[in-house]
Ligand binder design. Structure first.
Ligand code: MN
Length: 757
C-alpha cells in the first residue's frame, strides 16, 4: 500500500468511528422522553465535525470524539435534552476554531448560542494558566451561571470527560486539572445533586493526585471484596424474604464507599483502612405499588426490616418527607447485622434513585407524555437549581464558601472588597496580599480587615476570605515584614525598600554622629564606635548608623550607667543628644525660648510646659527612676543645671522633690504625636501552656509600629512570669497591648512596671 492510501484508510476508519459514536448519542437521546428533535442535533454534529476536522486530541483521537462524549454525558448522566446536547456538541467550536458566536446564533438560534458563549467564556478553566484571567473567568462563571444553569451542567460534563481521559495529558497538567476538579467541580456537582458524577470526579482526581494511596485503597478494597459479598448476602437474605412477602418489585444493591471517601475518612478520623467500618451500605430500590404510595412504601419497608435487625436509634434520616434542597429523597436507616456490625440501608423508589444519581433532570423523566426542554418542566427545574445555588445567600462569597473544599489546592481565592477574586498561594498573609495588589499599597499597609474583622499583617489568609487592606501614608516598610511575607514578590519588594532606606539612614546616622562627636571633641574612630556598638548591641557599625539615622535610638538614662569612666559627662550629653529629625534643625534659640527652662531664671510654676516631640528630645529629660512616657501624669523638675527632668507624678522621687523644691516644679502637658518611641516594661503572669509565647508575640506584633526589645519568660511549676521590654509611643499603646494580652486565656496578670536594666 502507498503511504497515501494508508492515510486514506486511516481517515476512513476514523470517520466510521466518529459516525458510530454519534449514532450512539442519537440512540441514547431517542431512549429518553425528550421531544425528538433529531434534526437540530444532526445539524450541530455535522457543523462541529467539520469545524474540528483534522484536529486531534492529545490522545491521538479526532477532536470531535470529545464533544460527542460530552454530549452523551449530558444526555445520559445528567438527563438534559436537545438544546443542551447541541450546545455540548458545539462547546469547543468558538474556543478552538475560527467560527464566532454570531455564526452559532445564525445557525442554531439565540438559546444554543448563549450557552455556547457561556461555555467559551469559562473555557480557560477556573484555574486558567494566567492568574488574572482565572479571576476574570470565575466571575464570568458565576455570571453565566445565573443566566443559564445549563452552562454549568455542560461544563461539568466536559470536565468529567476530560477527567476520564486525563491519562493522556502531561503530568503537570494532570495535577492542575485534578486539583481544580476536586476543588470546584466535585462540590458543584454535589450541590446540584449529581452524586454519581461527584463521586466519579472525586475518585478520578484522587487517583491523579495521590496515585499510590489510590492504588493501595483499591487493592485493599479488592482484597476484602469476597468477605463483603458474604456479609451482603447474609445480611440481605432475610430482607429479600420479607420484601417478597410484601409483594414488592425491588432490587437490592451493594454500595461500597468510594475510594476518595474512604481516604477522606482515614484522613479526618486518623484511622487505617481496616478501621473504616462503613465501607458497605445496602441500597433497596423499589417500584412503588401505586405512584401515590411511594412515600408510604418507604416507611413500610423500613418497619419490615427493622423487625429483622435492630435499628440505630439516632440514625434514621428521613429525606422522603423532607427532601434535600437539591431534590435528594431517600430513607436512611442503620441496622445492626447479625455479625454485630452497623450497616446503613438506603431505601428509595426508582424515581428517587434517578434523582439521586442524575439530579433534578431526572424529575421530568417521570412526567406523562415526556418533557420538552424549551418549556415547562425543564424551565422549572433550571429555576430550582438557580435557587439552590443562590440559597442561602446570593452572595458570591457565600457561594464560593459552600463549594469550597480545599484539600490539595496550592492556590487560594481571595476577594477584594469590591468582590474581585484574586489567586494567592496557600499560606499567604495579608501583607502578601497587599503587595500583590500594588507595591504602593503594600508599602503603606498598616493592617487588614479579613471578613470585616481587623487582623495583623501576619494573618494567614484562607480561601474565600474577603480582604480589605488598610493603608496610611505615614506607614513605612518595616524590617519585621520580611518575616510576615511569604510570596516572592512581597519579599523582594520589602527587601529592596529596606535596602534603599537603610542606605539613606546609614548616611544620615553617620553624619549626625560625626557632627556630634566633633562638637564634643571626640573623633569618630574605632574605639568610640566600638563602645557605642557594645552599648546598643550592634555587631556592625552600619547597624548603629542606620539606627541613629532612622531615629530608632532614643537612648534613656539606663544606658548611661553602662558607660563608665571620666567621660561620663560627655556620654550623658550624647545620650540626651537629639537623635535628629531629618527635617532641618531649628535654631536652638527658638527651642530655648519656647521652653524657657534654661539659665538660672526661676521658672514660673504656673506656666504649663508643652512636651512636644521636639522639646522632649532637645530640652527635657525623662527621669530614669520612673521612665515616664507620653500620656502618663507627669511633672517637670528644674535641676541645678537648668534642665527639666520629667517624672511621673506618683514617682517617689518626684514626691520628695515636690516637698523639698516646690518652686522648681513645673506643670507639664503632653503634646506628642506618636513620633518618638519609649521603652516600657510590661509584666505578665499566668498559667504556662503550649503556644503561649507565640500568642504573646503575635499580640504585640499586631500592635503596629511596636517593637519588642527584649522578652524574658520564666516558667516554674506551671506558672510563668514574663517581662517584655518594648518600644511604644505613648500610654495608649501600652493600654492597647495590655488589654490585648489580658484577652489571652492563660494570662492572669498584665501590668506595666518600672524597671531598670
Ligand atoms: Mn471541552
Amino acid at each position: 500500500m502507498t503511504e497515501n492510501s494508508t492515510l486514506k484508510e486511516k481517515e476512513k476508519a476514523e470517520e466510521e468511528m466518529i459516525e458510530q459514536a454519534f449514532q450512539q448519542l442519537l440512540n441514547d437521546y431517542l431512549n429518553t422522553k425528550h421531544r425528538r428533535r433529531v434534526e437540530i442535533i444532526n445539524k450541530a454534529f455535522h457543523f462541529a465535525n467539520q469545524a474540528h476536522r483534522g484536529i486531534k486530541r492529545r490522545s491521538g483521537e479526532p477532536y470531535i470524539m470529545h464533544p460527542i462524549a460530552v454530549a452523551r454525558i449530558v444526555c445520559n448522566e445528567i438527563g438534559l435534552g436537545s438544546t443542551s446536547i447541541c450546545a455540548a456538541l458545539l462547546h469547543d467550536v468558538v474556543e478552538d476554531t475560527d467560527y464566532t458566536i454570531e455564526d452559532i446564533e445564525n445557525l442554531f438560534g439565540p438559546k444554543i448560542a448563549q450557552i455556547v458563549d457561556g461555555l467559551t467564556k469559562i473555557a480557560g478553566g477556573i484555574f486558567g494558566d494566567h492568574a488574572s484571567a482565572q479571576a476574570e473567568n470565575f466571575k464570568k462563571l458565576l455570571l453565566t451561571m445565573s443566566n443559564d444553569i445549563r452552562v454549568i451542567l455542560i461544563k461539568i460534563a466536559d470536565r468529567l470527560h476530560n477527567m476520564r481521559t486525563l491519562g493522556s495529558m502531561l503530568p503537570n497538567k494532570q495535577y492542575k486539572i485534578a486539583g481544580e476538579t476536586l476543588y470546584i467541580y466535585a462540590p458543584l456537582a454535589n450541590r446540584l445533586g449529581l452524586y454519581k458524577i461527584k463521586t466519579e470526579l472525586e475518585d478520578l482526581s484522587f487517583r491523579y493526585e495521590h496515585p499510590e494511596e489510590y492504588q493501595e485503597i483499591e487493592r485493599k478494597l479488592a482484597a476484602t471484596a469476597p468477605e463483603r459479598d458474604q456479609v451482603f448476602q447474609d445480611f440481605t437474605a432475610p430482607i429479600r424474604e420479607q420484601l417478597d412477602k410484601m409483594g414488592l418489585k425491588y432490587r437490592i444493591l451493594q454500595r461500597v464507599k468510594s475510594i476518595y471517601s474512604i481516604w477522606n475518612k482515614m484522613q479526618t478520623k486518623h484511622v487505617p483502612f481496616e478501621e473504616v467500618f462503613d465501607l458497605l451500605a445496602v441500597r433497596i430500590i423499589f417500584e412503588p405499588r401505586q405512584p401515590e404510595e411511594e412515600a408510604n412504601d418507604c416507611f413500610h419497608i423500613y418497619v419490615a426490616i427493622s423487625k429483622i435487625y435492630k435499628p440505630h436509634p439516632d440514625r434514621l434520616r428521613d429525606w422522603v418527607s423532607h427532601p434535600k434542597a437539591n431534590g435528594y429523597q431517600a430513607l436512611h436507616v442503620t441496622l445492626m447485622s447479625n455479625r454485630g456490625q452497623w450497616i446503613e440501608v438506603q431505601i428509595r423508589s426508582e424515581r428517587m434513585n434517578d434523582i439521586a444519581e442524575q439530579g433534578f433532570a431526572a424529575h421530568w423523566k417521570y412526567k406523562e407524555g415526556g418533557g420538552s426542554e424549551d418549556e415547562g418542566e425543564l424551565e422549572k427545574w433550571l429555576h430550582t437549581i438557580k435557587e439552590i445555588l443562590e440559597d442561602p445567600q446570593p452572595d458570591a462569597i457565600d457561594f464560593l464558601d459552600t463549594i469550597k473544599l480545599n484539600l490539595f489546592a496550592s492556590e487560594i481565592f481571595v476577594f477584594t472588597p469590591k468582590g474581585e477574586i484574586k489567586t494567592m498561594p496557600q499560606g499567604c498573609t495579608a501583607l502578601d496580599f497587599a503587595f500583590s495588589l500594588h507595591t504602593d499599597i503594600g508599602s503603606h499597609c498598616i493592617g487588614a480587615k479579613v471578613n470585616h474583622k481587623l487582623v495583623p499583617l501576619s494573618h494567614k489568609l484562607q480561601s474565600g476570605d474577603q480582604v480589605e487592606i488598610l493603608t496610611s501614608r505615614a506607614q513605612r516598610v518595616q524590617p519585621e515584614w520580611e518575616v510576615y511575607a511569604t510570596t516572592a514578590k512581597a519579599r523582594a519588594k520589602i527587601a529592596s525598600v529596606l535596602r534603599k532606606e537603610n542606605k539613606v539612614h546609614q548616611k544620615e546616622g553617620e553624619a549626625i554622629l560625626s557632627q556630634y562627636l566633633q562638637a564634643e571633641g571626640f573623633r569618630l574612630d574605632d574605639s568610640t564606635l566600638d563602645k557605642l556598638m557594645r552599648l546598643y548591641n550592634f555587631r556592625h557599625r552600619e547597624e548603629l548608623f542606620a539606627a541613629i539615622g532612622s531615629k530608632k535610638i532614643v537612648p534613656g538614662e539606663a544606658e548611661r550607667h553602662l558607660l563608665k569612666g571620666g567621660k561620663k559627662s560627655n556620654w550623658k550629653k550624647l545620650l540626651t543628644f537629639s537623635f535628629g529629625s531629618s527635617k532641618e534643625e531649628k535654631p536652638k534659640e527658638k527651642a530655648v525660648e519656647e521652653a524657657a527652662p534654661a539659665g538660672t531664671t526661676p521658672i514660673n510654676t504656673k506656666q504649663v510646659l508643652k512636651l512636644t516631640e521636639e522639646t522632649i528630645q532637645k530640652n527635657y529629660r525623662m527621669a530614669d527612676c520612673c521612665n515616664p512616657i507620653p500620656g502618663d501624669d507627669v511633672l517637670g523638675y528644674l535641676d541645678d543645671e537648668g534642665r527639666v527632668i520629667i517624672h511621673k507624678r506618683q514617682c517617689p522621687v518626684a514626691a520628695r522633690l515636690k516637698s523639698s523644691y516646690g518652686n522648681r516644679i513645673i506643670a507639664t502637658e503632653w503634646d506628642t504625636h506618636k513620633e518618638l518611641s519609649f521603652l516600657v516594661t510590661i509584666y505578665i503572669k499566668g498559667i504556662d501552656c503550649v503556644g503561649l509565647l507565640n500568642e504573646v508575640t503575635q499580640i504585640i506584633s499586631r500592635q503596629l509600629n511596636v517593637n519588642i526589645r527584649k522578652l524574658v519568660i520564666e516558667s516554674m511549676d506551671g506558672i510563668f512570669e514574663g517581662r517584655i521590654q518594648l518600644y511604644v509611643h505613648d500610654v495608649d499603646d501600652v493600654r492597647t497591648i495590655c488589654h490585648n494580652l489580658k484577652q489571652v486565656k492563660n494570662i492572669k496578670q498584665v501590668t506595666r512596671v518600672e524597671e531598670k536594666e
